[in-house]
Ligand binder design. Structure first.
Ligand code: INI
Length: 174
């Protein structure tokens, strides 16, 4: 009979830890539209990165007019080879955006394409909400800070992907 416990022990598990980030190079691309919300996302992202050991000199913040411009900016950032991950921050608020769906959908799908095309994590930290109140709640008040969350996802993805680059035998030795 198969020893299921032995088989379970033989499984390789890969997860990212968040504590070896001194050398991580992070590009934060920011859509300025709704700046009163977005700047809190930027603060949250920078705070999370610095608290997890990322060096300030390895962080770049690139500001553009709005969320619609983020995919192209993320693409140039990825293409430059200067970053291990790109974090895109913005706020698209339905209440004040007649073309909400266009801006929200094109920015999200554009960022996903850049990630696949350039083979690095491109993290979608764009808030898409119905109201300004919801956006405020998600930018550092009662529902957390999506900028900080996006920064942490970037670090976790760098850590996970770097393990996929190494020989599996090296992982087993740990
Ligand atoms: N850009 C945003 O980031 N959020 C919005 O809510 C928004 N609204 O309301 O229109 C918005 N529009 C600007 C857009 O991102 C582009 O900058 C603009 O269309 C020029 O390409």
């Amino acid at each position: 009979m198969q020893d299921l416990r032995k088989q379970r022990e033989a499984i390789t598990h890969i997860e990212g830890n968040l504590y070896q980030n001194q050398d991580a190079r992070i590009g934060i691309v920011v859509g300025r539209f709704n700046a009163f919300v977005v700047e809190s996302l930027v603060d949250g992202a920078i705070d999370a990165l610095l608290r997890h050991g990322v060096s300030g000199e390895n962080i770049s913040v690139i500001r553009v007019p709005g969320a619609f411009e983020l995919p192209l900016t993320a693409q140039r950032a990825a293409e430059s080879d200067r970053f291990d991950a790109v974090v895109a921050l913005g706020a698209v608020i339905r209440g004040s955006t007649p073309h909400f769906d266009v801006v929200a959908n094109s920015s999200a799908s554009g960022l996903a394409s850049v990630s696949m095309d350039y083979n690095i994590p491109v993290i979608n930290g764009i808030l898409t909400t119905d109201t300004i109140e919801q956006a405020i709640e998600r930018s550092g008040t009662k529902a957390g800070n999506k900028g900080a969350e996006a920064a942490m996802v970037a670090l976790e993805m760098i850590a996970v992907l770097s393990q996929l680059d190494v020989d599996y035998d090296e992982l087993d030795a740990d």
